[in-house]
Write a new protein. Structure first.
Length: 302
């Protein structure tokens, strides 16, 4: 065999070996990522506690509900903890998460616990009330069982700018809540009726979740907040303590001895492919959207 053919053979051998090694590395990395996505080290499968963070203003229920359903269906997750630090948010979004929490608690019978960090108010407290047990620190802010609706009236600004809005409508309440004029008495009564109905739903669901008679809860449903220390004798929480207390107590309750494995939902990371295939508004909101302020109903402490 000539020297030229021998060198060519070594070249293709090394090239094939390098490609095979690269393939092995890629497969190993994908396997590792899959294990992490499913919840960590497989040695801990069957002895895990799922933890879902609820932080900031609640705008949408979709991500949290999806995470709850994944943990609900995963038999290796023995219990779920909602780690809450939120003033609440949209009324419908908070209610949707509450309903999923109640489903897991009452229908699936999987233990689900709330651990309130600094704030667990209004819609966030609504969600927490659906769990089996609520933990809060002594200085945590808890409660705010109330509904709020607000928007900015900029009618005077339009007058100053000599702009006059024109509205055509069918139905006297079609443009109720218009930000360019004062509300009529009919509109105020209309909105107050909606708010009162939502407040009744809030009180009913919290009373049901906490096992408190509605008559006993109504005096507390003024939108007021309490510290964790004040909330305990009012039966708004079950135990004073932080996340660590909630984690260890919950682990013991479901028969996990020693240090429990904590599983959190995998975080979605945007790649270069996302920049090419995703609507840009999903990654960087249109500045015009940031200026929009729609009238809405909120379970929100401010």
């Amino acid at each position: 065999m000539s020297e030229e053919k021998r060198s060519s053979g070594w070249f293709w051998f090394l090239l094939g070996g390098g490609l095979f090694a690269a393939l092995v590395v890629v497969v190993a990395l994908l396997g590792y990522a899959a294990v992490k996505t499913l919840g960590g080290d497989s040695n801990f499968r069957g002895s895990s506690v799922g933890v879902i963070d609820i932080n900031g203003v609640i705008v949408s229920a979709q991500n949290t509900v999806d995470q709850l359903r994944k943990f609900e269906q995963d038999d290796s997750i023995k219990a779920i903890i909602l780690h809450i630090n939120s003033p609440g948010g949209g009324a419908a979004a908070s209610q949707e998460i509450y309903e999923e929490v109640s489903h897991i608690r009452n229908e699936k019978k999987k233990p689900i616990v709330a651990s309130i960090e600094s704030i667990g108010a209004s819609g966030a407290y609504y969600i927490a009330s659906g769990t089996n047990r609520i933990y809060a620190n002594n200085a945590s802010i808890v409660g705010s069982i109330g509904v709020i609706m607000e928007w900015t009236n900029y009618g005077d600004l339009l007058k100053w700018a000599k702009l006059k809005p024109e509205v055509l409508k069918a139905g006297s309440l079609k443009d109720a809540g218009s930000p360019v004029r004062e509300m009529t008495p009919e509109e105020k009564a209309y909105f107050q009726g909606l708010i009162d109905n939502m407040h009744e739903q809030f009180i009913h669901d919290v009373a049901q979740g906490r096992g408190i008679p509605e008559a006993a809860l109504k005096p507390l449903a003024t939108g007021q907040v309490w510290t964790g220390q004040q909330a305990l004798p009012l039966h708004l929480i079950d135990k004073q303590g932080g996340f660590r207390d909630a984690l260890l107590d919950t682990a013991r309750q479901v028969g996990i001895s020693g240090e429990p494995n904590v599983v959190k939902p995998a975080k979605k990371r945007h790649s270069l492919l996302d920049l090419i295939t995703t609507d840009a508004d999903d990654l960087w909101p249109n500045p015009e959207r940031l200026l929009e302020k729609q009238a809405g109903f909120y379970f929100l402490w401010k």
